[in-house]
Design a protein. Structure first.
Length: 308
């Protein structure tokens, strides 16, 4: 029997047992035919480019090439791919074995490249604040078949100020109270400022596509490394050194126990060119969410992964 080493793994095992015992009491949780071991989980995304009437490739109507490159970066980071910025040699660094695929068909079954362009010119919607509920008025696809990602047409004056937002999963793992959990009727997904989506030449530390990596971590249940800013209960991953304050910049510093904080972790606010690491326990946590959150689990079987 494998020794259970981590705090999160012990909690996850308990939750797996609870799910197993109550399967008949919760019929909406699907049977899992995907093992928790080495299987690579493939997850479909749709990128809704919310733009203000520009031609494709101009201003906030981002080019196909930039979107495709952003998804490549996301996979380089989540798969810890050698020869890319997403690789690291840290002893606790992990290949999450999670990959993201631009949806291959629309909800009604037509061939699709994963990019949905929406011209907001002349469209009036309710002002619902800067969040998924607002942008879902322009486009929102079934979140059990696609991860909805919106590139938002914010003004250039917000460069390096408004980066990204993600909703989190409502699931029984510790710390979810620190995530943005949608309420009944709310939309879920990820917002990324168009200026910070993919690689760009903007004058900002966040220009290499890591904003989406960070926000996807939240979407799959990861906390910031400091969690609730409590040395004992921070991000519930023991292989990220405890820290009780936000982590910015590119220079490490001693955390709660004197151990240097993991400056390179994607779940900090550090510079894009410094980030290159998810840990083994962070990968466990994300995979647990994909296996046991009803909606996230259905993504693994989405028709959007297949050609129509």
């Amino acid at each position: 029997m494998q020794i259970i080493k981590s705090k999160f793994t012990r909690i996850a095992l308990l939750l797996i047992l609870v799910h197993s015992c109550s399967k008949n009491e919760n019929p909406q949780v699907p049977e899992n035919d995907i093992p928790i071991g080495e299987e690579v989980f493939r997850v479909p995304v749709v990128v809704h480019i919310i733009h203000s009437g520009h031609e494709a490739g101009e201003e906030n109507n981002l080019s196909d090439e930039r979107v495709i490159r952003q998804i490549e970066i996301l996979n380089e980071d989540f798969r810890r791919k050698p020869g890319t910025r997403g690789f690291n040699s840290h002893k606790d660094g992990a290949d999450s074995r999670i990959e993201f695929v631009l949806g291959r068909q629309t909800p009604d079954g037509h061939p699709f490249n994963g990019i949905n362009r929406v011209d907001t010119t002349g469209i009036k919607v309710d002002v619902l604040g800067y969040g998924p509920n607002h942008f879902a008025q322009y486009a929102y696809w079934n979140p059990e078949e696609y991860i909805n990602i919106w590139t938002t047409p914010v003004p250039r004056s917000t460069e390096c100020l408004a980066l990204g937002i993600a909703t989190g999963p409502d699931i029984d793992i510790p710390g979810v109270e620190h995530l943005a959990i949608p309420q009944a009727g709310d939309a879920e997904g990820i917002l990324i400022s168009w200026m910070h989506f993919g690689e760009s030449e903007i004058d900002c530390h966040a220009k290499l596509g890591r904003t989406l990596t960070h926000e996807m971590g939240h979407y799959l249940g990861l906390l910031h490394t400091w969690g609730g800013a409590d040395c004992e209960f921070n991000d519930y991953c023991e292989d990220t050194p405890a820290v009780d304050t936000q982590v910015f910049g590119r220079t490490s510093f001693p955390g709660c126990t004197g151990e240097m904080v993991q400056i390179e972790n994607y779940m900090n606010y550090t510079h894009d060119d410094v980030m290159n690491m998810f840990t083994k326990e962070q990968a466990e946590r994300m995979r647990y969410v994909l296996l046991h959150h009803p909606g996230r689990n259905l993504l693994l079987r989405s028709k959007a992964l297949k050609n129509p």
